[in-house]
Ligand binder design. Structure first.
Ligand code: SER
Length: 630
């Protein structure tokens, strides 16, 4: 194979270095200045402020390979072309060199023997056809021709093809795309007429990013004329080698071999583009765990929100497909499947993305943890799902609510005869999510395999109801105070406030309440903190609380709005709505906290305070048990 991802990346970097560009390291996959996106999805994404006119510290000529994640097509991964993680090669001129230089260099990089050495006979380009926003790009066409591209190999296309915009608002401009002929027959002469032929494959896009689309939809000129170009690494490598799929390139070879090995099915590596369900599973695993490895390398950890949720979906989907291939360990423990794939990914990518190597143990640990957690419930969840399916196929009309017994003669005919009518109720899908950790999308995929669908709206309704209930629970705790109002319990409640404040003083402001439970015998307080507390820290916290008790300060209560409470520096649950009135309890200058009460009148009533136990509660959460007494 002449072209590999490593080869193309190296050539790219060397070429732009030779043209006086600074080679930037890839930014993290998480955007740090774009709240509208979960991931960087193109090479220019991290550079938006600089394309808009800000000075870049590394100068006006930049290039790199950027880690990108696109999750819009997760469900299509497994076919030949879709990837959730890919690398994008890019070069940029921030108001420096112009269209003419860029086109000349593009031609040089593609055709010169020193670089890619592609046959010019197999190349074609498109340029912007022109409209009210920007003129027909005769300038670009002229430069292409002067490089050696025949006029017939230049197509003039409209906005749908030759205009690139980051989104509805933001930098944009006309572009010129380069195409490579992948057919067996010689490339057709006339590109305007044949550009839709699937054998013409786009390999590179030069964007002349000169405009900004404002929120009102108006187009304004940017302070500088930029160049922004992008080449999808894996895809271009496949195209240049005459392959049908990215999964046939070396980027995936080792990963697929590993999967084939674990599954004991060598054909999965030998024919990565087979149209069998098993080959599909292997491709899904390879793609998803490659993404997951990169994401964790950028410090994302599996969770139920945002990037963490996407990561969780990818890992869990990969594990489910691994089981379809017969790769599985014992229940309740990680069997290191994700780890073995991740190690291969790290080996392949870390020479260019060294962070993957430095973070290797973190990545492996997180994958193991997620794998173990999912395996605990996966089998039971699968059984639960099967039960649901069989109840639906017996009674396809039970699309929501609880099944009631009914004879088949009561089932409407059109439902009885049509299995596709079967819909898994939203509440059942939510139960699979909440109890067994099945992401909604996974339940939908399982359902589809059985020709069923899932009531998605119902799922979100069930989720909303659940959230309302837990919010109500939190508010009850918050406003209703203690269930048991015995003297001892109230004392321990006051001690909890002092403890919370002392922990923040000794350990830091990251300490937040994660849970509290009080019985007349002891208090139990869960809080966010990563490490075990040292004996010195425990002594210091005890001392702070005991000092406050010794000082015997009065405990005062004030009602105010949430905003006023926040401003006064009070800590506590801030889940209340704007304008809500809350009670704030102050205890000397140690503690000020929003709380429903009740509390003792002055701190001296507690007598003394002692921590009995400090231990882990869950990940990133510590638990203290403590007592008060005279
Ligand atoms: N921004 C363009 C793209 O993503 C060129 O980099 O294709």
């Amino acid at each position: 194979m002449k072209y590999t991802t490593d080869y193309l990346r190296e050539k790219w970097i060397a070429f732009w270095r030779e043209k006086d560009h600074t080679i930037l390291p890839s930014a993290s996959v998480i955007p740090d200045n774009d709240p509208t996106a979960l991931f960087h999805n193109s090479g220019m994404h991290p550079l938006v402020p600089f394309l808009m006119g800000e000075d870049h510290p590394e100068g006006k000529r930049l290039a790199n390979a950027q880690k990108c994640i696109r999750t819009g097509d997760i469900d299509e991964v497994g076919d030949a072309v879709h990837l959730t993680f890919f690398e994008m090669l890019g070069n940029w001129s921030l108001g420096d060199y112009k269209k003419e230089d860029q086109i000349r260099w593009s031609y040089e990089f593609l055709t010169d023997e020193k670089w890619l050495g592609l046959d010019p006979e197999k190349l074609a380009v498109s340029v912007f056809a022109g409209d009210d926003d920007a003129p027909r790009d005769e300038e670009a066409a002229k430069v292409w021709q002067s490089c050696g591209i025949a006029p017939e190999r230049i197509a003039y296309l409209g906005k749908a093809d030759n205009w690139w915009a980051k989104g509805d608002i933001g930098p944009c401009g006309p572009d010129s795309e380069m195409f490579y002929w992948t057919g067996d027959k010689p490339a057709p002469e006339n590109f305007q007429e044949t550009h839709d032929d699937e054998h013409w494959v786009e390999i590179w896009n030069d964007v002349f990013m000169e405009f900004n689309r404002t929120e009102k939809g108006a187009l304004e000129s940017l302070p500088q004329k930029n160049i922004d170009t992008g080449m999808g690494l894996e895809r271009t490598v496949a195209v240049l080698n005459g392959l049908q799929s990215v999964y046939q390139t070396y980027a995936f070879a080792l990963i697929l071999e590993k999967i084939a090995d674990l599954a004991g099915k060598p054909e999965l590596a030998k024919n990565p583009i087979a149209k069998t369900p098993e080959a599909n599973s292997a491709r899904i695993i390879a793609d998803h765990l490659r993404s997951a490895t990169v994401m964790i390398g950028d410090s994302i950890i599996p969770s139920n929100t945002d990037q963490g949720y996407i990561l969780r979906r990818l890992i869990r989907r990969a594990i489910r497909h691994a089981r379809k291939l017969g790769i599985q360990g014992s229940e309740n423990e990680s069997f290191g499947f994700c780890n073995s794939i991740a190690k291969t990914v790290i080996k392949k990518l870390s020479p260019y993305y060294p962070g993957l190597k430095t973070k290797e143990s973190f990545i492996l640990e997180e994958l193991n943890r997620e794998e173990a957690q999912f395996l605990k419930t996966l089998e039971k969840g699968e059984k639960e799902f099967e039960k649901l399916v069989s109840s639906l196929s017996r009674h396809p009309e039970f699309i929501s609510g609880s099944p009631k017994s009914c004879s088949s003669s009561e089932i409407p005919k059109q439902v009885r005869n049509d299995k596709r009518e079967g819909v898994i109720a939203g509440s059942d899908a939510f139960n699979l999510y909440e109890t067994y950790g099945f992401p909604l999308e996974m339940t939908m995929e399982l359902a589809e395999e059985k020709q069923l669908t899932v009531d998605e709206d119902g799922f979100y309704k069930a989720q909303e109801l659940h959230q309302q209930k837990s919010r109500a629970g939190a508010e009850k705790k918050f406003s209703g105070g203690l269930g048991d109002k015995s003297e001892e319990t109230v004392k321990l409640h006051t001690a909890t406030h002092l403890l919370h404040a002392a922990l923040r003083k000794v350990l830091g402001e990251h300490v937040e309440q994660r849970g509290s439970n009080i019985t007349p015998e002891r208090l139990r307080f869960d809080f966010s903190h990563e490490e075990k507390m040292t004996p010195e820290q425990i002594t210091e916290v005890e001392k702070l609380v005991n000092d406050a008790i010794q000082a015997d300060v009065p405990i005062t209560k004030k009602e105010m709005t949430v905003e006023e409470a926040k401003q006064s520096g009070a800590i506590g649950l801030f889940e209340h709505k704007y304008g809500d009135k809350v009670k704030v309890y102050s205890m000397g200058d140690l503690s000020k906290e929003i709380c429903g009460g009740p509390h003792v009148e002055h701190t001296g009533q507690l007598g003394s305070f002692k921590i009995k136990k400090e231990q882990a509660s869950s990940r990133g959460v510590r638990r203290i048990k403590a007592v008060v007494g005279n």
